[in-house]
Design a protein around this ligand. Structure first.
Ligand SMILES: [Mn+2]
Length: 426
């Protein structure tokens, strides 16, 4: 996919790029950092693309679809294959059920496989009522006071596991909208206990080698009390389930000014950091492009991950996934930008001089500790990330290559009558 366009575009940028890499290599040598080692690590970086991010998103106020949007999950795979062809960093898809539930999982798996794609964590949905559903989730799903509603929510999650297994996935992400809007509405303690009990039933259905991720979020749609509202609640659930359960950190699922890198550090210490939903936000769960609003925070999150990996305490590799809603940008371009921003944050974290940082911390040298971080963060790593992509067969400039390919215009002709995709927030 896109191989010819990538080669052509890379060739046109080749000489200037080569000089940029050489210059950066020299800068890093002066800091006793080996550019080659960092390039290799960035080239190995992978992040899953969510099936719900390929169409234009929307808000409760409306949605403005763009031309050539994918009409079904098969066409979404085609778009993700383009992103993979340009970045070589997105070989897996995170599927949402029922939004992108395939009629025939084997056919979808074959289609994905032919495109060189596989499946990451599958996502269940008990935050909306589906057609022909016996019971409503209006007052919660796993936390519901009615056992029949809870049983329905458990059965849905087990169904998602079965579809995921047929696709070759090996993880389930559970984000619950369960909560209340007014004091007194919901018993705070019992609703949490019912939720844990429901998750235990789901956990019991996990195949060997599977993982279950609990995802917290402070508010929305519940505006007074959310059952799994913070990382502490998420950790209690993961600990109450067992070895195969861990916590998923959605960067946008925190109140303003929350120290997310500290949350990451705590979950690493607890041995329960399961994965990420990357995005960015200014106010709430805005689902903007990762690194677009708070790039320094993104760097500091990766700094914790690199530090934990180097200390050998990261445990199982965290599942890196994107969770974004693109209301204004072309979704493919937004995702190309996202992957680049993630790789830049990761590359900068790899440039942190750990020994110097440790020494500054041990000697309480506040200025030098911060300066070590800033020296890494302020480095222009764009040539390094582009070089990592080039060596993996990707594009030096993915967005320019995508635009030059004419892919979107071709799809606008092919994909007439794009299906409506509902506004979403996971
Ligand atoms: Mn999420």
């Amino acid at each position: 996919m896109m191989t010819e366009q990538v080669e052509q575009h890379n060739a046109s940028l080749g000489e200037a790029h080569r000089r940029d890499v050489e210059h950066l290599g020299e800068q890093l040598r002066r800091r006793k950092i080996d550019l080659e080692a960092v390039v290799a690590q960035v080239a190995a970086f992978e992040v899953a693309v969510p099936s719900w991010a390929l169409g234009t998103g929307g808000t409760r106020f409306g949605r403005y679809p763009g031309p050539g949007e994918p009409r079904d999950v098969f066409e979404k795979m085609d778009d993700i294959a383009v992103i993979q062809g340009l970045t070589r960093a997105t070989p897996r898809v995170s599927l949402h059920l029922p939004w992108d539930e395939p009629d025939n999982p084997a056919a979808l798996r074959d289609h994905a496989s032919a495109l060189g794609l596989g499946f990451d964590a599958v996502n269940s949905n008990t935050f909306q009522d589906q057609a022909n559903q016996a019971h409503s989730y209006k007052f919660g799903s796993l936390c519901h006071t009615d056992a029949a509603v809870r049983a329905q929510a458990v059965a849905h999650n087990i169904h998602v596991i079965e579809v995921g297994a047929a696709l070759g996935s090996d993880a389930l992400t559970v984000w619950l909208a369960d909560g209340s809007n007014y004091p007194g509405q919901m018993h705070l303690r019992k609703s949490f206990e019912r939720t844990l009990a429901g998750l235990q039933e789901i956990y019991a259905a996990l195949p060997d080698g599977w993982r279950l991720f609990t995802e917290h979020k402070p508010y929305e749609p519940a505006f007074y009390a959310t059952v799994v509202q913070d990382w502490g609640s998420s950790l209690l659930l993961a600990q109450g389930l067992g070895e195969q359960a861990s916590c998923l950190v959605d960067l946008g699922h925190h109140l303003p000014n929350t120290n997310v890198e500290l949350v990451v550090a705590r979950l690493v210490t607890a041995g329960k950091l399961g994965g990420f939903h990357f995005n960015d936000s200014k106010y709430g769960d805005d689902d903007l492009t990762a690194g677009s609003i708070k790039p320094y925070q993104l760097f500091l999150v990766f700094n914790e991950l690199v530090d934990a990996a180097q200390d050998g305490v990261l445990g199982a590799d965290p599942a890196y996934m994107i969770d974004q809603s693109h209301n204004l940008k072309d979704p493919v371009e937004a995702l190309l930008m996202t992957v680049d921003n993630l790789q830049q944050a990761y590359a900068k974290a790899l440039l942190v001089r750990r020994e110097a940082l440790t020494h500054a911390q041990e000697t309480n040298d506040v200025v030098m500790a911060e300066a070590v971080l800033k020296a890494a963060y302020d480095t222009d790593v764009r040539p390094l990330v582009a070089e990592a992509r080039r060596r993996s067969g990707g594009a030096l400039d993915p967005i320019a290559t995508f635009r030059a390919s004419g892919y979107r215009a071709a799809k606008a002709n092919e994909r007439a009558g794009a299906a409506y995709i509902p506004p979403q927030s996971l």
